[in-house]
Design a protein around this ligand. Structure first.
Ligand code: ADP
Ligand code: F6P
Length: 323
């Protein structure tokens, strides 16, 4: 393999830049020419790419977002779009591509591989919703962003003796809510994986208030309900002021944490190692702090195992039923 490329696709995630840097630098160090493809699969279809140098990735390891930009490409999902993408790769003699993204992007990587362009998937998404890997790039930073917000909201929430609902991202996966909720000492955590009872939440709030608690924090994952709607429902059942903050894109931006930079660097380098050996059709992951790789289609077929013990722990630690 002589020429490889890298692209970012789907929702951006802090640490994607560190992964791009790792691909570019380990690629060049291995004697490969490395292209950067802009705007995900759209850029591949349109030939929007350029050769990357060592200096192209200077001063980006810390930055959130992605210097290559990202996109969701409907055209790429069509047979015609795929054929155009394959043609562009062939015109530039690109034999392998590192695809940094989530499960949708990996489905695309599998199709490209099946069409003769060896692809390696690197998991870049704040959601941590990929079953095959313990962690995805961007998750740790997003959790820390949410924690930072919880700390700030706690100050004002305590001063006004209010209940604060904080809505975080996670359409199908409650990991951001669960991890930030436990680390931030939230009273209740509402996630898509576990059915919640409004009455239980209200009972906790009332009992907490009766025991003298000044304020409460409820973390809600977007996939489990609507924050504003929940605010109305709680306010109609308890005699307390309730306010909602939807963190939205605040949690997706910002400098990548040390954990994400390291993870991205290790995964990016591993992806290049595989391509150098002519291997494609695989994803890179981390299990018990070891970087590994497996078939894309196997990884996509895996069902997420929900860490129920972590959820139970959140309930035990927040229990406000007794003194
Ligand atoms: P993520 O990669 O974060 O899961 P998306 O699901 O939006 O984000 O997918 C990103 C892009 O990957 C899509 O816009 C599309 O171009 C490509 N993609 C998604 N699903 C498929 C698929 N089944 N076949 C081919 N390409 C796909
Ligand atoms: O997949 C990452 C993610 O940040 C989800 O948590 C969120 O629901 C979604 O992307 C938002 O996507 P968009 O950038 O299209 O608004």
């Amino acid at each position: 393999m002589k020429n490889i490329a890298v692209l970012t696709s789907g929702g951006d995630a802090p640490g994607m830049n560190a992964a791009i840097r790792a691909v570019v630098r380990s690629g060049i160090n291995s004697g490969l020419r490395v292209y950067g493809i802009r705007r995900g699969y759209n850029g591949l279809i349109q030939g929007d790419l350029q050769e990357m140098k060592m200096s192209s990735v200077s001063d980006i390891i810390q930055r959130g977002g992605t210097i290559l930009r990202t996109a969701r490409s409907e055209e790429f999902k069509t047979p015609e779009g795929l054929a155009k993408a394959v043609n562009v790769a062939k015109v530039f003699n690109i034999d392998g591509i590192v695809i940094i993204g989530g499960d949708g992007s990996f489905a695309g990587a599998q199709k490209l591989t099946d069409s003769g362009i060896a692809c390696i998937g690197v998991p870049g998404t704040i959601d941590n919703d990929l079953a095959y890997t313990d962690f995805t790039i961007g998750f740790d930073t997003a959790v820390n962003n949410v924690l930072d917000a919880i700390n700030k909201i706690r100050d004002t929430s305590a001063s006004h003796e209010r209940v604060s609902i904080i809505e975080v991202m996670g359409r199908h996966c409650g990991d951001i809510a669960l991890h930030a909720g436990i680390a931030g000492g939230a009273e209740s955590i509402i996630i898509p994986e576990v059915e919640f009872s409004l009455d239980d939440i209200c009972r906790k709030l009332i009992q907490g208030k009766n025991r003298g608690r000044l304020h409460s924090i409820i973390i809600l994952a977007e996939g489990a309900g609507d924050g504003i709607e929940l605010e109305k429902q709680i306010a109609s059942k308890v005699d307390m002021e309730v306010r909602t903050t939807i963190l939205s894109y605040i949690q997706r931006g910002g400098n990548a944490s040390a954990v994400d930079r390291l993870l991205a660097s290790r995964m990016g380098a591993k992806a290049v190692e595989l391509l150098k050996e002519g291997i494609g059709g695989r994803v890179v992951g981390i299990k018990d702090n070891k970087i590994f790789d497996m078939e894309i289609h196997e990884a996509l077929a895996m069902k997420r195992v929900f860490h129920n013990e972590l959820f139970q722990l959140s309930d035990i630690l927040s229990n406000s039923m007794t003194d």
